[in-house]
Design a binder for this molecule. Structure first.
Ligand code: ZN
Length: 473
């Protein structure tokens, strides 16, 4: 065997980098730090993931696209927002050799590109609600250690939605609607997560509040994989987004924005992958089924039957490949396992005689099924496999979250997981926790039914509130 072996998943960082290469997701050799190239296979995965996002957004949103460049004059209007991003902005200062009159920012996010136009689009209550999204690249001059798909200077696939509403309450409802969409998105990717209301010092610059989705990576650190922000009238006031209400008066509009980046793919790879490579859910796998004909006698007949199966599956809308190469079956299995293909069909002359095929699932389960009704067997196994992936991932996440009573315990827990501690909610106690535990306050659990009395881990005050603590990517 000459195949390169992946490092074990317990060496998460090495494993992750090697898998991005061996799985042909991302090439990191582009000569600008923090900017990566999608391999065609990785891009096919990206396309399927974002098609799923579009499928969930399109019934209630309209897709659009705004320019990459933002004039300094617009960018600098919202004070808190600038403070949040000024250290990370790339500036275009020249057109050819001539200095520009007004510098242009490469969008680090698009509020300041979109909202001056919203001012023109929103005139009356009849224009509301307005709900748009775009899937674009954004640029941030990251000074921290960059990591492919996780911390990039060019975020290649930022899905950002922006909505405008008549009232604060309607905007708050939209935040919940966005969270429900994201929950469904991640359910279909079989990725479990925690909802947290970010603490005041970590909310989106210029928002009233921010709710985030965090998943737990194999090494116990958390990865933020989505956020939704209630902007209230903060940006509307700055950009003059007003509408005529039913009484004929001008009012400032209320807004929200919410986003998911290619970190969803980092999570997909990290949560499900194993020592043999990618493990992709059926919903987004670029190849859902691979047929490996076992060729030792009756080669022609075996190939003919295999091709017939392929045609039938393709006709039913399955993304299917057939491996007719001369490699040994073992080498073929290895190659397609690395690519995360959910189901492999093995078929040889003896199977054909008996009218059966072997289905091998990416999770190791193997079964023999009749060729009659092969499609429905595959569909049933695909659904079961997705459930099994979600159950396994949920069990892992649950094992990584623990209630802690003392700072010592929380420190130990956050070395490789998430700690839940009593927190009175004060900024002072929050900062103290971050300093003493050496982990970030992700915030208070959101949409969590579980409530009981605790004591603030810092000041001892009785409270029903609590904080999730973790080391973050
Ligand atoms: Zn306290």
């Amino acid at each position: 065997m000459t195949e390169a072996k992946l490092p074990g998943k317990e060496n998460f960082s090495e494993w992750y980098h090697e898998l991005l290469k061996s799985g042909e997701i991302i090439d990191v050799r582009y000569p600008v730090k923090g900017m990566c190239v999608w391999y065609p296979f990785g891009f096919a995965l990206r396309r399927n993931v974002y098609d799923l996002m579009r499928e969930l957004l399109d019934p209630d949103h309209q897709e659009t696209q705004f320019p990459l460049l933002i004039p300094e004059t617009e960018f600098m209007k919202e004070a808190e927002h600038i403070k949040g991003f000024e250290d990370e902005v790339y500036w275009v200062t020249h057109g050819g050799t001539s200095p520009l009159d007004i510098k242009l920012a490469l969008r680090p996010t698009s509020e300041t590109a979109i909202y001056p136009i919203f001012k023109l689009w929103v005139r009356s209550h009849a224009d509301l609600p307005l709900k748009i999204y775009q899937i674009v690249n954004t640029f941030r001059y990251e000074t921290k250690h960059t990591r492919p798909l996780i911390r990039l200077r060019e975020i290649t696939s930022f899905k950002e939605a922006h909505t405008v509403h008549a009232s604060w309450e309607e905007a708050a409802e939209q935040v919940e609607a966005a969270l429900t969409i994201y929950a469904e998105f991640y359910r279909r990717l079989a990725i479990p997560f925690l909802f947290a209301r970010r603490p005041s010092w970590d909310k989106f610059p210029g928002s009233d509040y921010s709710i985030a989705l965090d998943t737990v990576m194999p090494d116990g650190r958390t990865l933020q994989i989505g956020t939704a922000h209630l902007l209230g009238t903060n940006f509307a006031t700055t950009y003059g987004i007003t509408f005529e209400n039913e009484a004929g008066e001008q009012e400032f509009a209320n807004q929200t924005c919410y986003g998911v980046s290619e970190r969803c793919i980092a999570a997909l790879i990290s949560v499900h992958g194993d020592d043999r490579g990618l493990v992709l859910p059926w919903s987004v796998a670029p190849v859902q089924v691979v047929i490996v004909p076992i060729l030792f006698k009756d080669k022609e007949r075996t190939l003919e039957v295999s091709r017939e199966i392929k045609a039938k599956l393709a006709e039913a809308g399955t993304r299917v490949a057939i491996d007719e190469s001369d490699e040994r079956p073992g080498a073929k299995f290895y190659k397609w396992e690395m690519k995360g293909v959910p189901i492999r069909i093995e078929i040889g002359p003896r199977d054909i005689e008996k009218g059966v095929a072997v289905l091998a699932r990416r999770d190791g389960k193997k079964l023999t099924v009749p060729l009659d009704g092969l499609l429905s067997s595959i569909q049933a196994e695909a659904a079961d496999l997705t459930e099994a992936m979600l159950t396994k991932a949920q069990a892992f996440l649950a094992s990584k979250v623990k209630d802690c009573e003392t700072v010592e315990e929380a420190r130990e827990q956050t070395a490789a997981g998430v700690a839940r501690v009593g927190w009175c909610g004060s900024e002072e106690c929050g900062h103290w926790i971050e300093d003493e535990v050496g982990a970030a306050v992700l915030g208070e659990p959101w949409r969590s039914a579980e409530k009981h009395e605790r004591s603030c881990i810092v000041c001892g005050a009785k409270t029903e509130r609590c904080a999730l603590l973790a080391r973050q990517y």
